[in-house]
Design a protein around this ligand. Sequence first.
Ligand SMILES: *[C@@H]1O[C@H](CO)[C@@H](O)[C@H](O)[C@H]1NC(C)=O
Ligand SMILES: *[C@@H]1O[C@H](CO)[C@@H](O)[C@H](O)[C@H]1NC(C)=O
Ligand SMILES: *[C@@H]1O[C@H](CO)[C@@H](O)[C@H](O)[C@H]1NC(C)=O
Ligand SMILES: *[C@@H]1O[C@H](CO)[C@@H](O)[C@H](O)[C@H]1NC(C)=O
Length: 561
Amino acid sequence: MKVSVLVVLLLVSVALADRVFIESNEPRVVPKGWRVSASQVISQSQEEEQRQIIFLLKQRNVDVVEKMFWEVSDPNSPKYGEHLTLEQLAELVSPSEETINTVQNFLASYGIVDTKTVVTKDFLYATVPVRILKEMFAINFKLYEHSSGAQFYASMGPYSLPEEVAKCVDFVSFLLGVPDVESPSTASERQSKTRSTDITPDVIRARYNCSNVVATSSKNSHAVAEFQGQSYSPSDLSDFFSKYVTNSNDDTVDQVIGSNNPDKPGIEASLDIQYLMGVAPNVTTWFYGMKQFNFYEDLTNWLGELNNETDAPWVHSVSYGSQGNYPTQTYMTRSDTEYQKLGLRGLSIIYASGDSGAECSRRCSILYPSYPATSTYVTAIGATRFLSGNSGAEGSVLAFKSGGGFSTWNAVPSYQASATAAYLDQNIEFPPPDTFNSSNRANPDFGALGAEHFQVVVDGKTTAVGGTSASAPTFAAIVTMLNDLRLSSGKSTLGFLNTLFYQIAENTPGAFFDVVDGNNKNGCPGNACGTNYIDGYLCAPGWDPVTGYGTPNYGVLATAV
Ligand SMILES: *[C@@H]1O[C@H](CO)[C@@H](O)[C@H](O)[C@H]1NC(C)=O
Ligand SMILES: *[C@@H]1O[C@H](CO)[C@@H](O)[C@H](O)[C@H]1NC(C)=O
Ligand SMILES: *[C@@H]1O[C@H](CO)[C@@H](O)[C@H](O)[C@H]1NC(C)=O
Ligand SMILES: *[C@@H]1O[C@H](CO)[C@@H](O)[C@H](O)[C@H]1NC(C)=O
């Protein structure tokens, strides 16, 4: 009798515990194309459906991570290049026992005992039926329907946790929202009709001054990360190598992480893997296929995966992002720590800056660069074209507008302050001052060819495509070849690039080909803002928010790294 009274009292105290909203106390916006189903009938099996969620646990020493990140990335620091192994990083950041136990006990109180973690212990994976998610996070689920017919039983939040659990969690991924519905790759919209100016690995290598360079370090490695169900085909890759890669036949991906469907190759994944491997062949290559849910949740899963790989590749090319449609500030702040952790390990994270110019948010009042490209702790790459033919000087792309501009939320980092100040000091036209925050971080950092003439083999056929999607793997390949020089002489990898590369751009003439011709004005496809669109930025000598400091000259960079 006494025992049961005690149990009742305990339940009451749990039920009455103060709950704290995580991320936001506002529900998520229902994405375009989705609406609550008119005829929603929820079945027992939908209630029992198992969902894998990720708790991003509060880490220790977040401030130390940031300090060490800057030290190992600053070429003027005695600690430059003293990267940590994943195990060393785990010792620094892994959550306290108390944090881990609180969340695990909370899960166990609902009968969830099978959890998975990563080496750094700050991503906790649990599989939970929807019925229990409702109680755990005090959320409702509804049946949502997509215009394509797809249905998903989803919650839009907001979500909360009991105060003592909330204290242990930055945020929870894969809990709210609806899945991305597969849509054709945006790159396909930019297919070229003319073939007169084909861009191939040989053309890129000639322009970027690395025609005779072959990577030779067995320690070298690089990767592409793919989202939204993009896959590559090994036989396309092999065709591509026989057609376009004259200096190597090493056409095999060494490891696929996540999913890849070789029978359904996509333009984006094919472009990324063919140009990363084609421009820098003979290097260990991984392919991450992170399609599970939607882009931002899958991106979190990718970061979790990297925290479970002691031998994660050194260079990562990511041709994804979103202009204007940002995740929560909590998500971006935690992700910044994650990018610092990767830099601290000596990994280089390279993002495409987006293909919609300076503005494409449909808000039409303020300029929005692409996230994650706008993060301070990644390297963002804009797109260029040849001014004529397929060699010589470059301008910013014309067929679409390269993404770039000043962030709406993060202050300018010290590595970039003089670059943006010099740009803002030029006697040129700028967008209206109230449409961008000139004291903030701006992207891209650098540029690379991205015009719509990249020859890509997809499903046995060669097509010509472009985008900053082409620029990111191209730039990443040059970084891989620079890493090769350092690894071959027993040095560390380059890790976070911007600190060193901005210094090189400022001090070593010719290390980057300056791009002074072009702009990223009015880049919204379909002109969503009508006549109210805000003009973007102009290219200018030195750094600019269209192509950064310009495109890489490997031959000169090789003498400076
Ligand atoms: C991390 O790797 C370990 C060892 O391979 C594995 O047991 C664990 O399930 C992995 N964690 C996740 C979240 O996949
Ligand atoms: C390819 O790289 C390996 C090390 O991974 C090296 O031994 C070999 O010489 C390289 N091949 C060429 C053609 O340079
Ligand atoms: C500009 O961004 C900074 C953050 O870096 C913020 O503190 C400031 O309020 C912003 N200024 C305007 C006018 O929005
Ligand atoms: C290419 O790199 C070499 C150094 O390897 C340098 O001497 C040469 O000037 C560079 N070419 C161009 C066009 O910048």
